[in-house]
Write a protein that binds this ligand. Structure first.
Ligand code: NAD
Length: 478
C-alpha cells in the first residue's frame, strides 16, 4: 500500500476534469516517518479563477435542482465514499498520522454525515396566512461556497463543508490544508464520478490560494475551519466582497470535575476526550479543573489510562496513539511542556518526545500547573493535558471562563442537576455533562468569543448555506 500511494499521482479537479497544478507540486510528509511520501499538486491563481468560474456555471443549473435530486446525489456520494473506505482510511493515516481504527471511524463518520445531511429538509415558513395575505419565508442557495479546511480531521471536515452546501443548492470550491491534501483530492475525484462538472472543485495549495479565495469576487461564502488568526485574516479579506462567513476556530476547552465525582467511572472518558486524535481536535478537553479533595486520585487514574496507550505508526497493529501531524505542532507541544516544567509543574507521564524522525510525543499528564502558564492559557492542540487544582466551584467556573476562546466545555459529576447549574454558567457553544468533544450530525455545533461564529450541522447548520427570500403575496379581493 505504501508503494501504491507513493506512486499514485494526485490531481486537482476543476470543472469535472483532473488537472495538474500550475504551481508544480508540494511534498506531503508522513508524520510517522518525518519524511515526504507523496506529492500534491499546487494550484495557481488562474486555476482558482477557472474553478470558481466552473462552479458558477454549475450553479446556474444546480440552484434550481429539486430536493429529490440533491438528496439522490448526496446518497450516491455517500456510497462512493463507503465503497472506497479502505483507501481513504489509509491515505488519512499516512498523511495525518492517526491510528488506522480512528481513520476508519473518520471515513465512517464522513459517510454517516453525508447521509444525515441528505435527509435534512429545507423548510418554507408560513409567516402569515390571512384572507388578504400570504407571507412565506423561503430559503435560497447563495452561489459558490469556498471551503478552507485544516489538517486534523481532513476528510470529515471536508464533508462537513461540502455536503450541506450541495444540499442547499450551492456549488463548491474546496482548498484542503497543504499538510493533508490527498484525502480531499481523492474525495473530490469520487464526487466527480457522480456529480455534474463544476459542482465540486478542488484547488490544493498553501495559504496564498486560501487568501485568493477569501477575496474572490466569484465566491459568495467562505466556510473555514482552522486557527483563530487565519479566521481573522479571512474575515478581513472577505470584507471587500461582503461574503458570508462560517468560522470554526480554535478552542481551549475547560472541563470541570465537580467535588464528589466518581473518579474511577469518569477517568477513561476524560482521558479519551482530551487525547482524541492525539489531542489535535478543536473541541478536545484542553484544561482539566479538579477539586483539591480528589486531585491526586484523578491524576493517578489519568496516568493509568495513559500507560495503556501504544504509541507508534498508525498502520501498525495494536497502535492506539499516533504521531503529532506536523513538525511545527510537535515543536509547540515540546515547548509548552518544557515551559510548564520550568515553571515547577510535575510531569506525571510522558513529557519528552520519542527518539527518531517521526513526530511522536507520548500522552502527557501535567500536574501542579495553573492559569498564567502557557500550557493552560494557550491551545496546545496536542497530546498533553494540564490538570489544575481548584478549591471552590465558583473559582473553577471563573477560571474556565477566563479565556478568549469559547468553543466547548464540560462538567463531570454524578449529580446531573448540580452539573447542569454549573454548565449554564460556562461561556461556550457546547457544554457536555459527563462527556466532551462529541459532535453529532443533528446537533448545531459552533463557538463563541474568539472561537468564531456560525454553526454547522442540523437544520441550523444547513440554513447557513442559504439566504432568506420572503414572498409577500397580496390575495386578490374575492
Ligand atoms: P490554519 O489556520 O493554520 O490552516 C487552516 C487552513 O487555512 C489551511 O488550509 C491553510 O492553508 C489555510 N490558510 C492559512 N492561512 C490562510 C489565510 N491567510 N487565508 C486563507 N486561508 C489560509 O489551521 P490548522 O493549523 O490547519 O488547524 C488547527 C487549528 O484549527 C486549531 O486552532 C484548531 O482548534 C482549529 N480547528 C477548529 C475546529 C472547529 O470546528 N472550531 C475544528 C478543527 C480545527
Amino acid at each position: 500500500m505504501y508503494e501504491a500511494l507513493a506512486k499514485r499521482t494526485s490531481t486537482l479537479v476543476i470543472d469535472g476534469r483532473a488537472v495538474a497544478g500550475e504551481r508544480g507540486t508540494l511534498p506531503v510528509i508522513d508524520p510517522a516517518l518525518g519524511e515526504p511520501f507523496a506529492e500534491c499538486p499546487s494550484a495557481s491563481s488562474a486555476q482558482l479563477d477557472a474553478a470558481v468560474a466552473a462552479a458558477n456555471r454549475a450553479f446556474a443549473q444546480w440552484q434550481h435542482s429539486s430536493c429529490e435530486e440533491r438528496r439522490a446525489l448526496l446518497l450516491k456520494i455517500a456510497d462512493r465514499i463507503e465503497h472506497n473506505a479502505p483507501e481513504l482510511a489509509e491515505i488519512i493515516v499516512r498523511e495525518q498520522g492517526k491510528p488506522l481504527a480512528l481513520a476508519q471511524m473518520e471515513v465512517g463518520g464522513a459517510v454517516a454525515w453525508t447521509r444525515a445531511t441528505a435527509a435534512l429538509e429545507l423548510p418554507v415558513e408560513v409567516i402569515e396566512d390571512s384572507p388578504t395575505k400570504r407571507i412565506e419565508l423561503h430559503r435560497r442557495p447563495l452561489g459558490v461556497v469556498g471551503s478552507i479546511t485544516p489538517w486534523n480531521w481532513p476528510l470529515m471536515i471536508a464533508v462537513w463543508h461540502i455536503m450541506p452546501a450541495l444540499r442547499a443548492g450551492n456549488t463548491v470550491v474546496i482548498k484542503p490544508s497543504e499538510l493533508t491534501p490527498l484525502n480531499t483530492l481523492r474525495l473530490v475525484e469520487l464526487i466527480a464520478e457522480v456529480a455534474p462538472p463544476g459542482l465540486v472543485n478542488v484547488v490544493a495549495g498553501g495559504s496564498a490560494i486560501g487568501r485568493d479565495m477569501s477575496g474572490h469576487a466569484g465566491i459568495r461564502k467562505i466556510v473555514f475551519t482552522g486557527s483563530t488568526p487565519t479566521g481573522q485574516d479571512i474575515m478581513r479579506n472577505a470584507a471587500g466582497t461582503l461574503k458570508r462567513l462560517t468560522l470554526e476556530l480554535g478552542g481551549n476547552d475547560a472541563g470541570i470535575v465537580l467535588p464528589g465525582a466518581d473518579i474511577d467511572a469518569i477517568a477513561e472518558g476524560v482521558f479519551q476526550s482530551a487525547f482524541l486524535n492525539m489531542g489535535q481536535t478543536c473541541a478536545a478537553l484542553k484544561r482539566l479543573y479538579v477539586h483539591e479533595s480528589q486531585y491526586e486520585q484523578m491524576c493517578a487514574r489519568l496516568v493509568a489510562v495513559a500507560a495503556r496507550q501504544k504509541v507508534g505508526n498508525g498502520l501498525e497493529e495494536g497502535v492506539s496513539f499516533g504521531p503529532i501531524q506536523n513538525r511545527d505542532q510537535f515543536e509547540l507541544v515540546c515547548e509548552l511542556v518544557d515551559d510548564a516544567r520550568a515553571a515547577g509543574a510535575r510531569i506525571l507521564c510522558g513529557g519528552e518526545p520519542l527518539p527518531g524522525k517521526g513526530y511522536f510525543y507520548p500522552p502527557t499528564i501535567v500536574a501542579d500547573v495553573t492559569d498564567g502558564t502557557r500550557l493552560v492559557d494557550e491551545e496546545q492542540f496536542g497530546p498533553v493535558l494540564p490538570v489544575i487544582r481548584y478549591a471552590t466551584v465558583d473559582e473553577a467556573v471563573l477560571r474556565a471562563n477566563a479565556s478568549d476562546n469559547g468553543l466547548g466545555g464540560s462538567v463531570w459529576s454524578s449529580d446531573i442537576e448540580q452539573a447542569r447549574a454549573v454548565a449554564a454558567r460556562l461561556e461556550c457553544g457546547t457544554v457536555w455533562i459527563n462527556g466532551h468533544a462529541e459532535v453529532l450530525p443533528h446537533c448545531p455545533f459552533g463557538g463563541c468569543k474568539m472561537s468564531g461564529f456560525g454553526v454547522e450541522f442540523g437544520l441550523e447548520g444547513l440554513l447557513e448555506y442559504t439566504r432568506p427570500q420572503l414572498f409577500n403575496i397580496n390575495r386578490p379581493a374575492p
